[in-house]
Write a protein that binds this ligand. Structure first.
Ligand code: ATP
Length: 504
């Protein structure tokens, strides 16, 4: 109908202009272009493409039981959902049901899974979309897409005879960051304004009800208007899993796989501090792939341990350094491992000279337990272990190499953390208010001091370093247990380098 009115008015205007001697050709061309863009292609195609990107599911199957750990996130979310599920009691107490829940946390921690489980729990229709899908170069498109999304949600719920629809917006920070910050910010601002307007328009008394669940790993950049009560009035923190949660997630992801008798998932959970649920899922899968490659019918503990390295560092590389380089890498890694064992017995999980990802060789430590705070002693010891590779090369090979660059960068960053935490003679100093020369001198002093500690240990155990490096060169990979058994043997009293034809 609207189209007919526009066409009628347009033609009338053109005839009027033609009669009065105006050149109507440019106007005709413009009209044609607009018609082609709007009707045939352009906006319509863009909208269709967006509609396809919206994942619509009438009945979600994911349940909260399929999410390992995340107990407090699950509890908080379930409580928010109970306001919807136990509708009558909520209303009787005058509780205003939530319109939006924001899941905040690092990537791969299960935010999408939680949103799906929420849809299942509330028996809702589920629509999922990511923030970046709203952003186009053309002004007004994002706002239009937001309107459409909410219309689609209502339609899907009605068609599937559900009382609720869950709209899940992943990466909401793309469209919901503080207004006025983007270049060409009008489009971003209009999109966000439309989302706010739609959320304000949600009436929980009328059906179908809409619950918006959004996810972000950049809570700090969100526009405060999004977080004010009445919009996303519940923020649920979804953190990296702790040791027990990692164990639960590993159990879930290995439940459909044959595990050998020697598998100890608790040990794997202990060694994977910092891994997200997605990492752990990937680890379980990689272990199964490894078992297949090695022609085994079940996954062993060794497959799981090797998969930790695969997931954290990347695939083994074909690239094989020269033999003299391999010897240097072995000395370097044994330097790290030996100092680590001397400072914290039982701390080395594995050391290897097989290249993976960016690393030519590596030593992996077992975290004692999950730690969220670090003492000065811990930080100093970490620097000593980091500088031990460089120091071992210096002592045993008489020169150092670029292999120590990454270690040095990490050591400097720890030293800076110590300054920030007031652990240095600079006292409780604000790092950006500290003169560069003071900062430089203080971090240098820390590095020098900790390097001397590593030096003392390595000087005392030179013969052991060479013996273990030879073993590592032959075997390419040593488990922590093997390392400790060599360390426990008595030291032969000979020149450490003698008989090492590879020493350079
Ligand atoms: P992103 O922020 O990158 O979008 P996300 O937090 O939404 O990530 P999900 O997409 O929910 O993470 O998780 C990715 C995959 O990781 C899941 O499909 C699942 O296999 C696994 N996963 C993550 N967390 C858990 C968990 N707590 N329990 C079981 N599996 C998990």
């Amino acid at each position: 109908m609207r189209k007919e009115i526009v066409l009628g008015l347009g033609s009338g205007l053109l005839i009027f202009a033609g009669i009065h001697g105006f050149n109507v050709l440019p106007l005709l061309m413009l009209g044609l272009l607009f018609y082609l863009f709007y009707e045939q292609g352009g906006l319509k195609v863009m909208q269709k493409r967006f509609d396809k990107d919206v994942v619509q599911t009438r009945a979600i199957k994911t349940t909260f039981d399929e999410i390992g750990g995340q107990q407090s996130a699950k509890n908080e979310l379930r409580e928010a959902l109970n306001f919807i599920v136990t509708d009558k009691r909520t209303q009787a107490l005058g509780i205003r049901p939530l319109k939006g829940v924001l899941l905040a946390g690092p990537p791969g921690t299960g935010k999408t899974l939680l949103a799906k489980a929420a849809a299942n729990y509330t028996e809702a229709a589920f629509l999922a979309v990511t923030g970046s899908e709203f952003i186009e170069m053309y002004a007004g498109i994002g706002a239009q897409r937001i309107r459409n999304l909410f219309q689609q949600a209502r339609r899907l719920a009605t068609e599937s005879q559900k009382q609720t629809a869950v709209v899940f917006i992943d990466e909401i920070d793309v469209l919901g960051s503080k207004r006025g910050q983007h270049q060409g910010h009008l489009e971003y601002d209009q999109t966000l304004n439309q989302l706010l307007a739609e959320m304000d328009g949600i009436k929980q008394q009328t059906e179908p009800k809409i619950l918006v669940i959004a996810a972000t790993n950049r809570l700090d950049v969100l526009d405060p208007a999004l977080l004010r009560p009445g919009r996303f009035d519940r923020v649920v923190q979804v953190d990296l899993p702790d040791q027990e949660s990692r164990y639960q997630i590993l159990k879930l992801h290995t439940s459909n796989k044959p595990l050998a008798d020697n598998v100890n998932l608790k040990e794997i959970a202990r060694a994977t501090f910092g891994f997200s649920g997605a990492h752990l899922e990937n680890l379980s899968n990689e272990a199964a792939i490894l078992a297949l490659r090695k022609n085994r019918s079940s996954i062993t503990q060794e497959h799981l341990i090797e998969s930790i390295d695969k997931v954290s560092l990347g695939e083994k590389l074909e690239r094989r350094p020269q033999r003299d380089e391999l010897w240097r890498i072995a000395i370097h890694e044994v330097g790290h491992a030996l100092v680590s064992e001397c400072l914290k017995p039982g701390s080395v999980a594995v050391l290897t000279i097989v290249s993976r990802g960016q690393a030519l060789g590596y030593t992996r430590q077992i975290p004692d337990d999950d730690h969220y705070l670090h003492t000065e002693t811990y930080l100093r010891q970490q620097i000593q272990i980091l500088l031990a590779g460089f120091t071992a090369e210096e002592i045993l090979l008489g020169s150092t190499s670029t292999g120590a660059q990454g270690d040095l960068e990490q050591a400097v960053s720890i030293a800076k953390r110590m300054v920030k935490a007031g652990m240095t003679p600079l006292g409780l100093a604000y790092i950006s208010g500290t003169a560069n020369t003071d900062l430089y001198k203080t971090t240098n002093k820390i590095l020098d001091r900790e390097k001397r500690v590593a030096e003392d240990i390595l000087q005392t155990h030179q013969t052991k370093v060479v013996a273990i490096a030879k073993l590592l060169l032959a075997k390419e990979r040593l488990e922590g247990k093997e390392l400790r058994s060599v360390l426990a043997q008595p030291t032969p009293s000979s020149n450490p380098i003698a008989g090492t034809e590879l020493a350079i």
